[in-house]
Design a protein around this ligand. Structure first.
Ligand code: SF4
Length: 397
């Protein structure tokens, strides 16, 4: 794989790599001309721009759903512990993020623009960029760090000075968001792409990437020989280019994502969705031979159980029980795999937010992908490997 533009490691951040001419990670921030809402909607539609926070919602649809005067929320809270891409972007290219926020704020004639972050280094970089930009409507605000706190209704609750947990009833920000007003909310990387789109225009923007998804995406990569890294990749490249020689299962999408043994996948949200896989927050992870995969999955499952806001039964009772079953399997003790599958089925699709379903998707796909290891543990023959904690839990904060 050709590596261009390697950057020094900063702070505890993973190394940066680009496998294409970088855009988001380019050293120079482009001049971003003002564009009106109609221009942005049409341009986002032409390049099929999808949100970068995990749900991959079409940006044009979301922008068209809010009228003039809507508030703007830029979500830089990066609750996914395996993801570093947003902090890399905010710390190294804060001007592009702020340019995107100002662009959307101007297009919507928004009276209020909030960039929500939960780490001091990103906040400082963004505040300096806001001063350079001079848009006095933009405020950088610190929010509490929690996995489910990054869920959009939890984030909006936190910004509205309420408990930062997901709403029991799903209300979308374009209906009721910041201060109870209609709000355009999206991930920091989405705003950076909107800035690029405004600067380049849809034709130049679409000169890289695939027909199904023009442009590039940021990826956080774990477990390969180079350790953790953030990459900017053009859509359409083979996933194998990211993981190199690795031949085992690959985790795609983070801890609400899924493990897959497929080797024919490409980095493109629509293609992955057609294969039943979500790109999520752009996390790709593999497990080196030295670590126990069952132990790694059990460790993340326990962490996911601990992250719940404990408002709903599936989280309060279901996830901890599943995590305990997995710990028994790791130890080579007795566990009923059929019962575990039943419990996973009972939790999936329930709860007031996506957390239980996302968590069980990660666990169930992991048990399938590492079936031989799971069987060996269940047969009382644990692999003997230590669980090294290759899959990060703390997010490096
Ligand atoms: S499903 Fe879990 S994380 Fe989501 S709101 Fe209910 S308790 Fe909280």
């Amino acid at each position: 794989m050709t590596m261009l533009g390697e950057h020094p490691v900063i702070d505890a951040m993973p190394a940066l790599f680009t496998v294409a001419d970088p855009r988001l990670l380019a050293t120079r921030t482009p001049d971003v001309p003002p564009r009106d809402r109609e221009w942005l909607v049409e341009a986002a539609q032409r390049v099929r721009l999808l949100g970068r926070g995990g749900a991959a919602f079409p940006v044009a649809t979301k922008l068209a759903a809010v009228g003039k005067g809507a508030r703007v929320v830029v979500n830089g809270s990066e609750g996914e512990p395996a993801s570093w891409k947003d902090r890399v972007l905010m710390r190294q290219h804060p001007d592009l993020v702020v340019a995107g926020a100002a662009l959307v704020g101007r297009a919507l004639r928004s009276p209020q623009i909030v960039i929500a972050v939960n780490d001091a280094t990103s906040a400082a970089a963004l505040r300096a960029a806001v001063r350079r930009c001079g848009d006095e409507r933009i405020e950088v605000r610190h929010v509490e760090h929690r996995f489910v706190g990054g869920e959009i209704s939890a984030l909006i609750n936190g910004l509205n000075r309420r408990t930062p947990v997901p709403d029991g009833v799903r209300v979308l920000p374009h209906e009721r968001g910041l201060g109870g007003r209609p709000t355009y909310a999206s991930n920091v990387e989405t705003f950076a792409h909107l800035a690029l789109l405004a600067a380049l225009g849809p034709e130049r923007y679409a000169t890289t990437g695939s027909a199904g998804e023009p442009g590039t995406s940021l990826v956080t990569l774990h477990g390969t020989e180079r350790g953790a890294a953030v990459l900017e990749v053009p859509h359409g490249i083979d996933l194998s280019r990211l993981v190199g020689e690795h031949r085992g299962p690959i985790l795609i999408g983070g801890y609400h994502g899924a493990w897959t043994a497929r080797t024919d996948l490409v980095v493109e949200r629509p293609a992955l969705r057609a294969a039943g896989i979500g790109w999520g927050a752009g996390v790709v992870a593999v497990l080196p031979e030295r670590t126990c995969p069952v132990g790694e999955i059990a460790r993340v499952a326990q962490w996911l159980a601990d992250q719940s806001a404990r408002q709903c039964g599936p989280c309060t009772f279901g996830l901890p029980t599943i995590a305990a079953d997995l710990q028994r399997i790791v130890a080579g003790g007795h566990a009923d795999r059929g019962e575990l599958s039943r419990r996973i089925g009972q939790v999936t699709g329930r709860g007031a937010c996506h957390h239980p379903t996302g968590a069980t998707g990660f666990i169930a796909s992991g048990l399938t992908a590492f079936d031989a290891d799971v069987r060996a543990h269940l047969a009382g023959r644990p692999c003997g490997r230590t669980t090294h904690g290759v899959l990060p839990l703390g997010g490096g904060r």
